[in-house]
Design a protein around this ligand. Structure first.
Ligand code: IMP
Length: 443
């Protein structure tokens, strides 16, 4: 069977902890979109691992696959693998031949375009990893795929076609000087070498074939979504989005496993008990109204460690946005949810959620399709009884019944609104600090 893990907000929902918890039962953990813009923190045996590209399951000795829907920076990939090896692990990572390669000019162009957009006030706040420019080349049919790295002649042909275009873009459109990132020979040498290393280490696979063989052999797969629903290129708040599909449909297109197979499995939406966001775009429930709000946001940010894993940027903070969750549950068809960071809200004087939006005097229960309309939404807040600070270690040991009653009411409400049961509750960063109610592999 398959279990798909999807971020239901804006990324940073703590997906890594659940992938790590349930990934123990999977044989293969597959990333189906994104690249080294992701930031997954996994705590295992008291050690903290911060991963941006290697699937989190690799920390637990699972086979990790980067599917065709991913964009792969080989430099990051090998850095992460080498760092894990340096810490005594032996990650088994496979990369689909159909995945696209992030090249240095993609990162350069990511930065250039962000600067250009900043001048017009439409900056996205990307992670600067070249994600968008790489997906652009994929769709523009001028990308370099992982399989191309294995054949030096094909690689040269691809580079000779595309690199002059990048040079012209940098120099003639943006009026800047192109550097080493547009040197075909240097790129060819470096990337052909990555191809050799990928092949030598047996990391290259036909993604769909590989996964089908594993399924046929009776293996269980976990699809590890990165980022979140509201930064999905199709279902997020465009243009403040990433360039891939973190939603569950992406698990099929980004891996080569059919939608009926993914759909027969479980799709678990990961929810942070409040909201955080790196990057630009509207955030109706943002805590930024007055000094009191800002103090509360600072408190939650510090307590929840809300600083970008990839970029270190402080995250914007808001109350849980329920219209966002209803939208996420529909787009991905959640069969269950996991709610993280419940402990961060403990001990507050007030706990609120954005139950609905008010737009043009009417109440709305989901997110408008355009960012401008979303920006016009005012939250309709609902207040909950706050729950006290407790010994979360004890709660973890005793299970769900030990979760404070007011917090359970909060969880029941969220579950009702999204129409999916709570499978797990995160009450701290470690794997043992997740209270499990339902194991999706047994659901
Ligand atoms: P990009 O993916 O680097 O192109 O960035 C596009 C948008 O997605 C920006 O708002 C980023 O901050 C956001 N983003 C990308 N990856 C993540 C993530 O893993 N967590 C949260 N936000 C992300």
């Amino acid at each position: 069977m398959t279990v798909t893990i999807v971020g239901s907000q804006l990324g940073d929902e703590g997906k890594g902890a659940l992938v790590d918890l349930w990934g123990g039962e999977a044989d293969v953990v597959v990333r189906y979109q994104g690249g080294d813009n992701a930031g997954h923190t996994v705590v295992e045996g008291g050690e903290e691992y911060k991963l941006s590209l290697v699937p989190s399951g690799a920390v637990r000795g699972k086979v990790g696959v980067l599917g065709n829907g991913c964009v792969v920076n080989p430099l990051t990939l090998f850095d992460e693998i080498d760092a894990l090896r340096g810490r005594g692990l032996d990650p088994d990572v496979r990369v689909a031949k159909r995945a696209h390669v992030i090249l240095p000019y993609h990162r350069v162009l990511d930065g250039i375009e962000e600067d250009a957009k900043a001048d017009s006030g439409v900056k996205v706040g990307t992670t600067g990893r070249g994600i968008g420019p790489t997906y652009e080349d994929k769709v523009g049919r001028r990308g370099v795929r992982v399989g191309d790295l294995l054949d030096p002649e094909v690689l040269r042909d691809r580079l000779e076609y595309v690199v002059p275009q990048k040079r012209a873009l940098i120099e003639e459109v943006y009026g800047l000087e192109a550097g080493e990132e547009c040197d075909v020979d240097a790129l060819h040498e470096e990337y052909a070498e990555y191809g050799r290393r990928l092949a030598e280490e047996g990391m290259i696979v036909g993604g769909s074939d590989f996964l089908h063989r594993r399924l046929e052999a009776g293996d269980d797969l976990m699809f590890e979504g990165a980022q979140g629903t509201l930064i999905d290129i199709d279902h997020g708040n465009y243009p403040y989005v990433t360039s891939s599909n973190p939603t569950a449909g992406g698990a099929a297109t980004g891996s080569g496993v059919g939608p009926t197979v993914v759909g027969r499995g479980e799709v678990v939406g990961i929810v942070k008990a409040y909201l955080s966001r790196v990057g630009e775009g509207p955030l109706p429930t943002e805590l930024d109204g007055d000094e009191r709000d800002e103090e509360l946001a600072d408190y939650i940010r510090e307590k929840g460690g809300e600083f970008g894993t990839v970029t270190g940027r402080p995250r914007r903070i808001g109350w849980l946005d329920v219209p966002m969750l209803r939208h996420a549950a529909r787009v991905s068809g959640f069969t269950g949810i996991a709610v993280n960071h419940l402990d961060v809200l403990a001990g507050l004087d007030e706990v609120k959620v954005g139950h609905a939006y008010e737009l043009d005097g009417e109440e709305r229960l989901t997110v408008p399709a355009t960012t401008e309309r979303w920006g016009d939404c005012e939250p309709v807040l609902k207040e909950f009884e706050p729950w006290p600070e407790v010994d979360w270690g004890e709660v973890a040991a005793e299970g769900y019944d030990a979760v404070p009653e007011a917090a359970r009411e909060y969880l029941d409400y969220v579950s009702d609104e999204v129409g999916a049961p709570v499978y797990a509750v995160g009450i701290g960063p470690g794997r043992s600090q997740t209270v499990e109610l339902i194991d999706p592999f047994d659901a």
